[in-house]
Design a protein around this ligand. Structure first.
Ligand SMILES: *Cc1c(COP(=O)(O)O)cnc(C)c1O
Length: 479
């Protein structure tokens, strides 16, 4: 077995559960998020011994520290089959195709950690592809099937579909708002022909689609009768898989013992949380720079100690849409560490937030946040355009709007003399409208996606009614 680490809930339930049990469960039964009982430690010597490992082997070394209940040989095979040159084939010209996550230096001490070379051209492939292989293994082992239900406004849904397509024991039912995604995102999802992928386009908004998913999930009888599950960003297996590329980035950029910083375009706080965990494991990280767009709840928190999530009416639609989130679900895991892993303190804060709309950290707790190495900054539409244009005209590198938010804030908040890697969370080709607005140039589409827009598309269009979706799932899970 890979490790004997146990998991507990941020809300107090000490489950004693292992990794193989929690990854299929999502939330703990008390509504909290799963966390490892303690963070495995990696010494400077171990880090040095990982210098030359290919991505798949590094992933195995890091993930085995978390993967209790999984057979080591099986985990090794999952990593080997996931992190291949073939799957991550969309690297920039000049990058080494064997390097799953290349680093590209832009200017003195600032580089991009390129995480978007997978099939959907966004960093979510890095963890989702692994999750697909892991689920397939676990379901085969238990003789079970899983029907994944989700709602997407673009990136998550396509990453999930490309990770699960053709896998045994798994079906995906993905709701999307009809006519409200970019042409590229629509083509990516609706052109899939795999019989286990079902695209449901609802005549309504993303929020309506999301509400239907919640309604179906709250019908516990239907949920268990149809083996419904999710793959959202609170899934621990996704967070742990993201820890790997912080190690990979550090190994590519730093000398022995050298602390570097990471700047992370953030929405649900899953990506940057993985950096926090890498730091807790002993990776020398000087600072974690959280970049937000106009939806700046996290920036406000790291500047003032006030956490004030916004409601839907105050969540803005921006040109970095995958960061249009005002309630960052993984934030609870960070706060759990900040309150000394005391679930009673955490529950008190969440209660204050529920009754007063916000909480404020003061005194010793706020001191801990200040000492955590986190800083944050905000980037607006104008900043985004300026950063995309400048990076293109001055450096000849095309970046996407989310990465531009990260880079803008990285330049502002980096520590003098400390290297900083900005996580590249998507490729420009996915967001051509904004790229054209910024540069007047149409971004190049990677070869693997070249004919995507001309492929036939299929999806099931329906009115946004929970009953319609239930009936559709029922019909397609019978055999
Ligand atoms: C999901 C996503 C983000 C935000 O990541 P979180 O883990 O939710 O903080 C940023 N950029 C892109 C392109 C994304 O798809």
């Amino acid at each position: 077995m890979a490790s004997n680490i146990r998991y507990l809930s941020t809300r107090g339930e000490s489950t004693g559960a292992s990794y193989d049990e929690i990854v299929l469960r999502g939330l703990a039964s008390d509504g909290g998020l799963f966390m490892p009982e303690s963070y495995p430690q990696v010494t400077a010597e171990t880090l040095e011994s990982w210098r030359k490992l290919p991505y798949a082997e590094l992933a195995f070394e890091v993930l085995r520290l978390f993967a209790s209940g999984i057979d080591e040989a099986a985990l090794k095979e999952i990593c080997r089959s996931t992190y291949t040159e073939k799957t991550y084939c969309n690297a920039r010209e000049g990058d080494d195709p064997k390097d799953i996550t290349p680093v590209r230096w832009l200017e003195d001490g600032i580089g991009l950690l390129e995480l978007s070379n997978g099939p959907t051209l966004a960093f979510k492939d890095m963890a989702m592809q692994y999750l697909g292989a892991l689920f397939e293994h676990l379901l085969a082992r238990e003789g079970k099937t899983l029907n994944i239900l989700g709602a997407t406004s673009g990136d998550t849904g396509s990453a999930a579909e490309y990770a699960m397509r053709g896998r045994k024991g798994i079906r995906v039912f993905m709701l999307s708002p009809y006519g409200r995604m970019s042409d590229f995102q629509r083509a990516q999802m609706y052109s899939l022909e795999d019989p286990n992928i079902f695209n449901i386009a609802v005549r309504g908004t993303f929020d309506q689609a999301q509400d239907i998913v919640k309604a179906v999930s709250n019908d516990h009888a239907f949920k268990s009768a149809h083996s419904i599950g999710t793959v959202n960003s609170i899934n621990w297996a996704r967070v742990a898989a993201q820890v790997v590329y912080y190690f990979k980035g550090w190994l590519a950029a730093a000398e022995k013992g050298e602390a570097i910083s990471f700047a992370v375009p953030s929405g649900n706080f899953g990506d940057v949380l993985a950096g926090w965990i890498a730091k807790q494991m002993g990776l020398p990280i000087a600072s974690l720079i959280v970049a937000t767009n106009e939806n700046d709840v996290l920036t406000e928190f790291f500047e003032t100690g006030v956490y004030h999530p916004r409601d839907a009416a105050h969540t803005y639609v921006t040109s970095s849409p995958s960061m249009d989130i005002s309630r960052a679900s993984n934030f609870e895991r960070f706060i759990f560490d900040i309150v000394g892993r005391d679930p009673e303190v955490l529950k008190r804060l969440w209660h204050v937030m529920a009754t007063e709309g916000e909480f404020r950290l003061t005194g010793e707790l706020w001191e801990r946040v200040l000492a955590s190495g986190f800083t944050a900054g905000k980037s607006t539409h104008a900043d985004r355009l300026a950063t995309i244009r400048d990076t293109w005209e001055r450096l000849g590198v095309m970046i996407d709007p989310h990465t531009a938010d990260g880079l803008k804030v990285a330049r502002e908040k980096r520590l003098p003399g400390v290297k900083c890697l900005c996580l590249e969370t998507a490729q420009a080709a996915k967001f051509s409208k904004t790229i054209i607005e910024a540069t007047g140039t149409v971004p190049a589409i990677p070869a693997s996606c070249a004919d995507l827009l001309s492929l036939p598309q299929r999806c099931e269009v329906m009115d946004p009614e929970t009953e319609n979706v239930k009936q559709f799932i029922d019909r397609h899970t019978k055999e």
